[in-house]
Design a protein around this ligand. Structure first.
Ligand SMILES: NC(=O)c1ccc[n+]([C@@H]2O[C@H](COP(=O)([O-])OP(=O)(O)OC[C@H]3O[C@@H](n4cnc5c(N)ncnc54)[C@H](OP(=O)(O)O)[C@@H]3O)[C@@H](O)[C@H]2O)c1
Length: 324
């Protein structure tokens, strides 16, 4: 089968599309014929080993898992003898957790992994994009912000993968949503439900008069120090991106003004948690609460180009790789 392959850390050029042996399912495995997957900044970080800490997870000198990608969207090709939840022909989406390996024509997912039936009406490209952004954004809003109806939230990076889902989820949870993006994406985040949009090219959102229960920096471009003045007492600053500063603030706990800061590594949650959230994702898509935003679609043979584009940091929503 064809698969993207990364046998050394480096720039996008290190990704090759190769013929590799097709996997065969063990008794509890589901073999999925992949139709689409996504490329995220996290995938680029694992390819380039930047930040260095990636090497602690995926190999000090070279990737332990050479086939990249986490998002699964495809059709069940075969199942192991003990599998009861899925059958050949089922349309499914989810992740390859706990390991990558999604950028291949065939992928193995354990039956009890983060895999569910795709809702009717969702196409493979949409499904391939939704898993990464939802599985990251949902725990930030539900478990960390504990967002309540009527609360206020500011989302920085609202036009990115995580941001576009966070805006929709926060609205669904009944919050008043202020979204921060650049001029070209204002209309997009409005149509996703943002109540107020701040154009970051015209105004520094940390200098506004409004105060928020939650500031969610989905792209990790601001800091708790800069955002403290726009948090209500008891408010929380959340970021997706690690830094020594945020770790220091987390160790300190609640500050004198009642605000606090947190980095959550929702992408590293246990597979069982992600499996439960895939059921929630399916329900929200079926209910028409969430829609995916797709920026560009690349065929598998152009995966290096997809990585190059994601690394520009300018994508709006998801970058999809079609595999079939
Ligand atoms: N903690 C975790 O568990 C976890 C899991 C997955 C990913 N992540 C991390 O989360 C981050 C976001 O991922 P993503 O996929 O949502 O990103 P993304 O889709 O690549 O974000 C791109 C968007 O960010 C906006 N942007 C660019 N520069 C900005 C700036 N200086 N200030 C504000 N917005 C800016 C741009 O929109 P505008 O120009 O319109 O603003 C762009 O459309 C990545 O760093 C990723 O590695 C963390």
């Amino acid at each position: 089968m064809k698969a993207a392959y990364v046998d050394r850390y480096g720039p996008p050029e290190v990704i090759e599309v190769r013929e590799v042996a097709a996997p065969s399912p063990g008794p509890h495995d589901v073999l999925v014929r992949q139709m689409a997957s996504s490329v995220s900044p996290a995938d680029c970080a694992f390819r380039s080993a930047d930040p260095f800490i990636v090497r602690l997870f995926d190999g000090l000198t070279k990737p332990k898992n050479p086939i990249p990608g986490g998002a699964v969207a495809g059709v069940v090709d075969a199942v192991g003898a003990a599998v009861a939840r899925f059958a050949p022909g089922d349309r499914v989406f989810g992740t390859t957790d706990p390991k990558p390996g999604a950028m291949a024509e065939l992928v193995l997912v354990p039956e009890d992994g983060a895999l569910v039936a795709m809702p009717d009406g969702l196409d493979f490209n949409q499904a391939g994009g939704l898993t990464y952004s939802f599985l990251t954004a949902m725990p930030f809003l539900r478990n960390e912000a504990k967002l309540q109806p009527g609360q206020t939230i500011l989302i920085n990076g609202a036009a990115g993968s995580i941001g576009t889902i966070a805006v929709q989820l926060a609205k669904h949870m009944g919050a008043k949503v202020t979204a921060v993006c650049s001029t070209r994406n204002i209309e997009l985040v409005r149509t996703l439900g943002a109540d107020i949009v701040i154009d970051r090219t015209k105004m520094d959102f940390t200098e506004g008069a409004a105060k928020y229960d939650t500031v969610f920096d989905a792209v990790g471009k601001s800091s708790y120090r800069a955002c403290r003045g726009i948090l209500k007492s008891g408010g929380i600053y959340l970021t997706t991106v690690p830094s020594f500063a945020i770790l220091g603030h987390m160790l300190r706990g609640k500050h004198a003004d009642g605000t606090r800061a947190k980095l959550a590594t929702t992408g590293l949650r246990p597979t069982a948690d992600k499996a439960r959230d895939m059921v929630v994702l399916r329900e929200l898509v079926e209910a028409g609460v969430l829609r995916s935003v797709i920026d560009r679609v690349y065929p598998l043979r152009e995966i290096a180009e997809a990585h190059r584009y994601v690394e520009t940091g300018t994508k709006a929503g998801d970058v999809i790789v079609t595999i079939a």
